[in-house]
Design a protein around this ligand. Structure first.
Ligand SMILES: NC(=O)c1ccc[n+]([C@@H]2O[C@H](COP(=O)([O-])OP(=O)(O)OC[C@H]3O[C@@H](n4cnc5c(N)ncnc54)[C@H](OP(=O)(O)O)[C@@H]3O)[C@@H](O)[C@H]2O)c1
Length: 291
């Protein structure tokens, strides 16, 4: 069994004992209690570099088998060569529904139902609505950052719900807390991802499947290399991966990494518009045209 059902008996008003509530107590996230001898099974999108690769390496160090998805096949294969029989590379684009479904089927048939699925693939680029050519960029950013997460989870969801355990993890961003000027597509995609993950979390309540929303601040990766502004509390990718893995293990539903960015995020969310606008109107912007 995955988790165990506890029935609470209390006296009803008719002085009869009746079952009035039941509650599923869950095992720690990511642990399939049905097969404790099995290694952890993890699937990560966007694992050819940056945070996704760091997460893959983190779980590989823990002895997990890891399914890795991204477009750059050579980088996935190089990881697979370093960890024979423990890395399942899926060279694909997260926008490709059929490729995502067939990768999920393949992983499940080879390794079993995953304990953790991390929708991490993402792109960040400056966009401005006034430029007609940015409209296509808006579409790509939303398709990768938001719909890519839906397509990552969808083919695993029924199997995980049947198993009654596991974690679906979305890598959102503090950039989803407020609309950042010059990054409308990115901010909107991450804000939408945060809402989508929340919907899923409530939908899956009591199913045994946890939904974890992670909002990183800044992480040293290719994505941030070209940022022309200061990045407070920036983390190395391996440090961020360790902290995110801890959040998943602890079964938290929402976390900002690192924690000082949680404070900054909280202030940002609460800041009145007049102050936010005044502070951010002149903020340096992410360069456009990078996709
Ligand atoms: N770095 C930060 O400061 C920061 C802060 C907050 C949130 N995040 C989020 O963290 C996640 C990872 O970012 P990162 O910093 O590690 O960026 P990164 O170094 O640029 O890595 C992005 C990863 O996503 C993959 N990817 C992009 N588009 C894809 C697509 N269409 N299909 C499949 N894979 C795709 C890339 O692989 P291929 O190019 O090989 O496909 C790569 O593996 C993103 O969701 C990002 O928004 C990052």
């Amino acid at each position: 069994m995955h988790g165990y059902l506890v029935k609470l008996r209390v006296k009803s008003t008719r002085q009869e004992y009746a079952v009035v509530a039941s509650k599923r107590f869950l095992p720690p996230a990511g642990v399939n209690r049905s097969k404790p001898e099995q290694p952890l099974r993890v699937v990560i999108s966007g694992a050819s570099g940056g945070l996704g690769l760091a997460l893959a390496r983190h779980y590989l160090k823990q002895g997990a088998v890891v399914g890795v998805m991204a477009r750059r096949a050579d980088l996935l294969q190089s990881l697979a060569d370093q960890f024979p029989h423990r890395v399942y590379p899926y060279p694909l684009d997260v926008r490709d529904t059929l490729a995502m479904q067939s990768a999920a089927q393949d992983f499940i048939s080879r390794c079993g139902v995953p304990d953790i699925v991390i929708a991490n693939a993402g792109v960040s680029v400056g966009t401005l609505t006034e430029h007609a050519e940015d409209t296509d960029t808006f579409q790509q950013v939303v398709e990768i950052n938001l719909l890519g997460a839906v397509k990552t989870f969808q083919p695993f969801l029924l199997a995980m719900r049947d198993a009654g355990c596991g974690s679906l993890v979305g890598i959102a961003s503090v950039a989803g807390f407020r609309g950042l000027p010059g990054a409308g597509a990115y901010s909107a995609s991450k804000a939408a991802l945060i809402s989508y993950l929340e919907s899923m979390r409530v939908e899956l309540r009591d199913s045994g499947v946890r939904v974890v929303t992670v909002c990183p601040g800044y992480i040293k990766t290719q994505m941030t290399e070209i940022n022309p502004y200061p990045m407070p509390f920036i983390l190395e990718a391996d440090v961020a991966a360790r902290r995110i893995a801890r959040v998943i293990e602890q079964g938290k539903s929402f976390a900002v990494v690192p924690w000082p960015m949680a404070l900054a995020g909280h202030l940002l969310k609460r800041m009145p518009n007049w102050l936010y606008d005044a502070l951010f109107c002149k903020a340096p912007r992410k360069p456009r045209g990078l996709l």
